[in-house]
Design a protein around this ligand. Structure first.
Ligand SMILES: *Cc1c(COP(=O)(O)O)cnc(C)c1O
Length: 414
């Protein structure tokens, strides 16, 4: 039998970091748009004996004996996704969002074929065609960007690119795009040139699930997502598709690009999907949006420029240049971290600074909304952020802001 002792006794070297991380999450304001705090039930599922089991294959068709409980859990996870998103078919095995995307590429493309996808520097994701990612190594990438004037998608321009380059796959979806995405228009553009359309809803899956962002399910060929962002599940990915693609997609996940599924993660995903099917989850998503609106308006009222002039979803991109010309994204991220406000530096469209420096900050509300913060707290946080940036990291200001952050964090325990 494995040791019954707690981690603190079995591994006293690791334990202090685990405790420290709990304290860090408790004592900081988490505004990274891709992060969240999972429920105790989702967390508990991750720590179950499902991690012990090999379950290569799919429910009813496993390569190992003893998979009855695995089958039941994976089947439940699938059924819940179908209810949540209304898709024909789902594969819940991808280890991550990036893994989900790789499986779609293997299903939809031959090496060397062309993908039309959003430029990383305009809010795209590395798994959509970064040169040193498998997407950029195996496929010919044609990037589209946002319109220089509106900083939003110009669908006519994307259509022109599609007609000119004849991609086999068009990808929509982003990591740093604050506006509603017209997925149906992307499907139309793809299908007009004989391509398939993959919508990657990694960031906005929670909003899509409750109908607060248009769903790509009916028009697109593939929908991929992570499960750990607005969806508030464990780290992982999933793929939804039409029945016609089901067999191909499943075979490209396993054995195409993965071995045994992480069954403890799949069990935890199932718990998260059950949570997402409850009415409270819609209320939570509505509050994410209300908080994002409040934060965006408060930041703007202090003279901050937001890329595209605002937000329709859970995140915003602050262009630091007009309000704080001397401050780069890297500097701002560092000073805010010292103040216990956690955000990430981000390229803004047409950024003159390098990716390690950047002129922007990406700020999102999913994690703080989980903690229970509301609009009034967002206005306080905008004020704290503005004070740190205006003072250009003055240690006295950082010290004072840390105090205000501590008060807020104490009010909202994890
Ligand atoms: C976060 C994200 C992913 C990848 O997620 P990982 O689980 O980190 O691999 C994929 N696509 C988009 C658009 C994302 O924002």
């Amino acid at each position: 039998m494995p040791a019954k002792d707690p981690i603190s006794t079995v591994d006293p070297e690791i334990w202090p970091f685990m405790q420290a991380e709990v304290r860090r999450q408790q004592n900081t304001l988490e505004l990274i748009a891709s992060e969240n705090h999972v429920s105790a039930a989702v967390l508990e599922a991750l720590g179950t004996v499902f991690t012990n089991k090999y379950a290569e294959g799919y429910p009813g068709k496993r390569y190992y004996a003893g998979c009855a409980n695995m089958d039941a859990v994976e089947e439940l996870a699938r059924q819940r996704v179908k209810k949540l998103f209304g898709c024909d078919h789902v594969n819940v095995q991808p280890h991550s969002g990036a893994s989900a995307n790789i499986a779609v590429y293997l299903a939809a493309l031959q090496p060397g074929e062309t993908i039309l996808s959003l430029d990383l520097a305009h809010g795209g994701h590395l798994s959509h065609g970064l040169k040193v990612n498998v997407s950029g190594l195996l496929y010919n990438i044609v990037p589209y960007g946002v319109d220089p004037r509106t900083e939003q998608f110009n669908y006519d321009h994307i259509r022109e690119l599609a007609r000119e380059h004849k991609p086999k796959l068009v990808i929509s979806g982003a990591s740093a795009y604050p506006r509603t995405i017209d997925f149906d228009r992307f499907s139309e553009i793809a299908h007009e040139v004989g391509a398939t359309h993959m919508a990657d809803i990694a960031h906005i899956a929670g909003l899509v699930a409750v109908g607060l962002h248009p769903s790509p399910i009916s028009s697109s060929d593939f929908v991929t997502t992570t499960t750990h962002k607005t969806l508030r599940g464990p780290r992982g990915g999933l793929i939804m598709c039409k029945e016609a693609w089901a067999k191909k997609i499943d075979s490209r996940v396993f054995p195409g690009s993965q071995g045994g599924p992480l069954m403890h993660c799949i069990a935890s995903k199932a718990v998260a999907f059950a949570e997402a099917l409850k009415p409270e989850f819609k209320t939570y998503q509505q509050q994410i949006l209300a908080n994002a609106q409040a934060l965006a308006e408060a930041l703007q009222s202090k003279g901050n420029r937001l890329v595209s002039g605002g937000t329709d979803n859970h995140l915003m991109l602050v262009d630091l240049r007009p309000a704080y010309p001397q401050v780069s994204g890297r500097m701002a991220e560092g000073w805010l971290e010292a103040s216990n406000i956690i955000v990430n530096k981000n390229m803004i469209p047409f950024d003159e600074r390098k990716p390690v420096e950047t002129s922007g900050l990406r700020i999102g509300t999913p994690a703080l909304t989980t903690r229970g913060l509301k609009e009034a707290h967002m206005r306080t946080i905008a004020d704290l952020i503005d004070r740190v940036l205006r003072a250009e990291g003055d240690p006295k200001v950082i010290e004072s802001v840390r105090g205000s952050v501590a008060e807020l964090c104490e009010q909202f325990p994890l």
